[in-house]
Design a protein around this ligand. Sequence first.
Ligand code: AHR
Length: 626
Amino acid sequence: ITLEIDPKPSKDSKFAIDLFIETNINYGTDGGLYAELIANRAFQEPETNSTDPSLGKGTLKYWSPTSSGTKLNLTKSNPLSNALPQSVTISGDGERCGIKNTGWFGIPIDDQEYQLSFQVRSASGGGKSDQEITFGLYSSDMATTFAEGSDKVTLTSEWQEKRYTLNPRGKAGNADNVFALQVPCQGSDVQVNLVSLFPPTWEGTVARRDLAQALADIKPELVRLPGGNDLEGNSIAARFQWRNSVGPLKDRPGRLGTWAGWNTEGLGLMELFDIVEKMGASPILSIYAGYSLDRQAVPEDELQPYVQDALDQLHFLLDESGEWAELRASFGRKEPYSFLKLVEIGNEDWINNAPDTWPYRYPAFRDAIAKEFPQLGQIASSPYNFTGQPAIDQHDYNTPDYFFTQFDRMDSWPRNGTKIYGLEYAVINGGNQESGDIYGGPDRLKHSTMNGALGEAVFTMGMERNGDLCYGAAYAPIFMNEAPGAQQWSPDLLTFDNLNLVKSASYHIHQVNPSSKPETSRVFHSVGTDSQGWYVIKLANVADHASKVVLEFGGGGEGGPKFSSSQATLWQISADGREVANTLSNPDVISPTTSNLPPSSFSQDGSQLTLDLPSLSFSIIRVPTI
Ligand code: AHR
C-alpha cells in the first residue's frame, strides 16, 4: 500500500484528547478515584443497589460488630448535622466492643501513613472523661493487627472531630482487611459518625494515586465532569446539586447515585476541579438542564430557580470578590477557578422525551449564562437537528465495524460555526451492526478489545482529520471497579481492584495529535506536525494480515519535503487477535513498544518511508524532515 502524505498538514487543527469523569458509575469514584477507604462512612448507604429514593435512608452496610457481644445502634438522636443525621452508638457485653468496616470491597494496606478522622460525642450527653478508644487496621478476622492506636478522650454532649495517623508495620498480601474502632464494653459512652481513612493521595488531592496518575498521563486538554447520567439523576430530586458537594464533609448530605449506592459527594465540585487543575487541564462543567432520567422535565414556569442555581454555581467558581468568592475562600480556595472556560448544558438531550422540552430549557440556561458569563464557551447536549448552538456534544457507542465506517463521517459536515465535541465514545459491542441491540445483546464487551480499540483509533483519527470542526473527544466511561457486583457498564478505559490497575487497549490508543488529510483502506492514517515541526503519522492497520506500507509526500518532487532518517521513532501497539483484552489476570497482553526506525526504512533520497505494519496494530511515527 502506498500512502500519500500531505506535504503541508493543517496547523490550525483544534482537535484535542479530552477526558470525561462521571461520578458514581461502576464504583469508579466512591470506591475508586476518591481515595476514601471507609465505605458508608456516615451511615447513608441504602441496603441494596436499588435506585428507589425511599431506600436512601441509611444503614450499617459495610459495617459490623467486632465481637458477638457488641450492640450497634443506628440512631438519629443528637445528629452530627442536618446533612448527616445518622450515627452509631456502641455498647454491649464482653471486654471490647466495637465496629468494623470492610471498605469498598476490601482495604489494601501498605507500609505508608494513613490519615484517620472521626466524629465522636458522649452518647448519653452527660459527658465522659478518659474514654478509651482503640482504632486500627486488621485482617478481616481481626487475627492480624497491621496498625493500631488508642487514645483517652474527654467526651461531652458536643460532637468533636478526632484525627490520628496510622502507620502499618508492613504490607498486607491482599485487601481482605478491615478498619475497626473499639471501646471497653463496660462503662463506655460513645456515639460515632463520619469515620474517614485516607492513604497518601495524588498530588495533595483526594484522588487515589495510581488512578489519577493514569489520567494525568493522558495529558488531556479538557475534562468533562461530573456526568453524564449522574448529572441528571434518576429523578429531579436525585440530580447533582453543586451546593451539596462543597464545604465541610459534615454538611454534604450526598444523594442516591444514578448507577449504584449512595454518592458521598466527597469527590465534590472543588475536589474535582483540584484534580483537573493539577493535571494541567481545564474543566468542562456540565450544568443540570432541568431534565432527569425518569423522563421528567422541570416545567417552564418552574425553571427559573434551576437557572439561578447554575448561575450561583458559576459565581461561586469564578467571582473574584463578593459573597460567593468569600464562601469559596472559606472552603479553602481564595483564587477563582479561572481555568474554567467551558460549560456544557444538559446531557444527551436527544434521548427519550428530552427533546420535547429542550426548546424552552436550553435557551433559558444558554441566555442567562451568556449574559452573566460572556467569557465562557458553551456546548449544548442538543438533539442533532437543533440549530444555532455554538457547539454540540455527540456521543457514539457502537461496534468496531460501525466505527471503521465513521472515518470519513465529518469530511462533509457543514462548517456553519457549530463546533463538534465527541465527549463520550467507545466500542461497547464486539458484534456487527446487524446483531441488534448493541447495549443488551450477547456481544456486549466486558473489556476493551484490540479490535474495539482499533475502531476507536480510526474514529478519532477521522475527527482529528477534521480538526477545524471537531474540537475534542473523550472515551467513556472512564473507570470500572472489578470487584464482584460493582459494575453497571462495560467496557471502560481503566479497570481496577483495590490493589491493581489495568490500562486497556483503548487507554493506550487514547492519545493523539493534530493532523490533516484522509486516506482509506484497511490501513487508516492521519498526519500532523508537532511543536518542533516533526511529522506525526498515525497508522491503524485493522486488517487480519500484516501490511507493507510506503509513505511518500504527495506533490513531492524536487524541492518538496524529504524524510530525515535520523532520530525517527515508532510507537506501536498490536495484538494476536481481535478479542484480546487487558484484564486483571493478564494486564499487559496489549502494551505499547517504542523504538527508533532504522535507516533502512528510508529510501536513499528520503522520499519514501517503508514500514511493515503487523496485523491489528496502531502505530505512531515521529519523523523530522529536511
Ligand atoms: O458513559 C455512560 C453513560 O452513557 C453516560 O452516563 C451517559 O451520558 C451515556 O448514555
